[in-house]
Design a binder for this molecule. Structure first.
Ligand code: MRU
Length: 366
């Protein structure tokens, strides 16, 4: 435990925004409620894993890596909450918590990756020792996932920044920054890294209807760092790219499979099609923990969310008739032929993806 805490201290300089963490003094999980950004910065705290599940489902915490890290801390809380005096009963309690946490968001692969990793550790420790040992190891594994996410993001930033030149404008869709991860970001992490290196980059962000992750979260976090940002409506992407206002596109991912098919925020497919038409590079930026070892795009579950998200602005003002029929898929799948390359912590993954994505997963640095 001491090693992981020391490593975290050494990474804190990269955390100018701290969207979530585990408070080791109060033993509470703490997160910034992203529903209120950019108007209010409210941190919430809990010792209950069910509250973590509620926060993920209700979009207080969102973005695939942030969801994964939070779910891992959810399991840590479940272990601390458990009154079980035997290892078998504790594992039972953890399995219940795993099911509750896994049922929050179906597309984000990092969620299942993180839950599986923590549970694997719990089973390993259960075969070797008692209740205290399992509880401590579950918390330690969650902290490791948190620290690794920050480290991985910084490395993704370093790798990706090489593809970005001084003075370039980057078009992005949805929020992939500090607010979507443990604190640095993937696609916006590349922008952030390039900016820290002294490159005068600019961001063009879509609004990202219906929940406005671009208009609310990207604008807030980029402004905080002083990185220039221009806001466009989602339907202005094709024109903006054709007019040459952006040099390249960087987006994140909720789930990537071995073929290169990539699930990301609804509208990403349209951005990719427009980038292809305009002849602009389209990069997917993600940690390898977002990659599912599957060859079948039909295994990608697309979350369909509430109609109210589309009928209203953030659940408040109605912008249409209250009973209009709505279809609100939260993600779409971009096929590999529209993707220039993947930017990951183990390097840039180029074509052929079906060969190079599995290779990236077997990299010694993975
Ligand atoms: O519905 P959200 O806000 O969780 O969707 C987030 C995205 O689509 C992000 O692009 C993706 O999770 C990557 S975040 C680094």
């Amino acid at each position: 435990m001491r090693d992981v805490v020391a490593e975290l201290r050494s990474l804190e300089r990269f955390l100018r925004i701290k969207p979530l963490y585990f408070d080791l003094e109060s033993m509470e999980f703490v997160w910034l409620d992203t529903r209120l950004i950019p108007f209010e910065e409210v941190y919430r705290r809990t010792r209950e894993y069910r509250r973590v599940a509620e926060a993920i489902k209700g979009m207080e915490i969102r973005g695939a890596p942030a969801i994964g890290v939070s779910a891992a801390f959810g399991l840590a809380l479940a272990a601390l909450e458990s009154k079980s005096s035997s290892v078998e009963a504790l594992i039972e309690d953890l399995e219940v918590a795993r099911r509750v946490l896994a049922s929050t968001r179906p597309t984000a692969f990092n969620l299942f990756w993180a839950l599986d990793r923590v549970m694997r550790r719990a089973y390993e420790e259960a075969s070797r020792g008692g209740v205290d040992r399992v509880v401590n190891s579950v918390l330690e594994e969650a902290l490791k996932i948190y620290v690794e996410d920050i480290k991985t993001n910084v490395e993704i930033g370093r790798v990706g920044s090489k593809l970005v030149e001084d003075g370039q404008a980057i078009l992005t869709h949805c929020n992939t920054g500090a607010l979507a991860t443990a604190g640095f970001g993937t696609a916006l992490g590349v922008v952030r890294y390039a900016w820290y290196e002294g490159k005068r980059v600019r961001v063009i962000t879509t609004e990202t209807r219906p929940l406005l992750q671009g208009a609310r979260l990207n604008v807030w976090e980029l402004r905080k760092e002083g990185i220039p940002v221009k806001l466009i409506v989602d339907s202005a992407v094709a024109l903006t790219l054709l007019e040459g206002m952006a040099d390249l596109v960087l987006v994140g991912a909720d789930r990537i499979i071995l073929t290169g098919h990539t699930a990301n925020k609804i509208g990403t497919l349209q951005v990719a099609l427009a980038a292809k038409h305009a002849g602009k590079p389209f990069y997917v930026v993600a940690p390898t923990s977002t990659i599912q070892r599957s060859w079948d795009p039909r295994e990608i579950v697309i979350e369909v969310r509430s109609s109210e998200e589309v009928r209203t602005v953030m659940g408040k003002t109605y912008l249409t008739l209250e009973d209009v029929d709505v279809y609100n898929p939260s993600f779409d799948v971009t096929p590999p032929e529209l993707i220039t390359a993947f930017i990951t912590e183990v390097g840039v993954v180029e074509r052929p993806f079906e060969k190079n994505i599995p290779l990236a997963l077997s990299s010694p640095r993975h």
